[in-house]
Design a protein around this ligand. Structure first.
Ligand SMILES: Nc1nc2c(ncn2[C@@H]2O[C@H](COP(=O)(O)OP(=O)(O)OP(=O)(O)O)[C@@H](O)[C@H]2O)c(=O)[nH]1
Ligand SMILES: [Mg+2]
Length: 181
């Protein structure tokens, strides 16, 4: 039975495969590369280095292939975000939800990006990462502090999650898979 179902899922992955291209942006050290590593390999590792410019990675999840642009978050790289967001199926904005001092900057950078005319309508997923740290902000706080309720030109979702404990990754993956076509 397991054999038959694995053959069936192999066939369906070939004949019904879908893809979504996504860009992952956000301030430095928010956990973008950790996110891509965790969904790519299923494993958490502390061993990450700050991204220089960007990484591109393809991740296969069942019948869905995610093509992911993991863009660097240090100030000197932020002007590149728009270029790597152009034409994607979804934007993922990662926030370190335990670093509330950076929320103003995150809010500014997010809204500056969303104001780019060629990104109008692209669905946005905001991830409040690092919720394993006790002082993290809730989804409600993130909606207020990042002014997510002011965004009216696209679908917006916001989840609290942790790459370290892999909390809520299942809903995040479902959201991303739903953007595939
Ligand atoms: N506690 C905790 N730490 C995390 C989590 N996710 C990432 N980190 C840590 O946060 C730091 C930065 O993670 P990165 O994934 O490199 O962050 P980034 O957003 O890719 O940073 P840049 O590439 O510089 O833009 C690393 O020390 C990670 O181990 C998490 O869920 N919980
Ligand atoms: Mg990175």
């Amino acid at each position: 039975m397991t054999f038959i179902s694995s053959i069936l899922s192999w066939f369906s992955s070939i004949f019904f495969s879908k893809a979504a291209e996504i860009s992952v942006v956000g301030l430095q050290s928010s956990g973008k590369t950790s996110f891509v590593n965790v969904i790519g390999s299923g494993q958490w590792s502390e061993d990450v280095v700050p991204t220089i410019a960007f990484n591109y990675r393809k991740v296969r999840k069942g019948a869905v292939t995610l093509k992911i642009w993991d863009v660097a978050g240090q100030p000197k790289f932020r002007s590149m975000w728009e270029r790597y967001c152009n034409g994607v199926d979804a934007l993922v904005f990662v926030v370190d939800s335990a670093d509330q001092e950076k929320f103003d900057t995150a809010c500014f950078e997010l809204h500056q990006l969303l104001a780019q005319p060629n990104l109008t309508g692209v669905p946005l997923l905001v991830l409040g990462n690092k919720n394993d740290i006790p002082s993290h902000a809730s989804v409600k706080d993130l909606i207020r502090d990042l002014q997510l309720d002011k965004i009216q030109d696209r679908p917006v979702s916001c989840y609290s999650c942790s790459m370290k404990s892999q909390h809520n990754l299942d809903i995040v993956l479902r959201w991303l898979s739903d953007r595939s076509h």
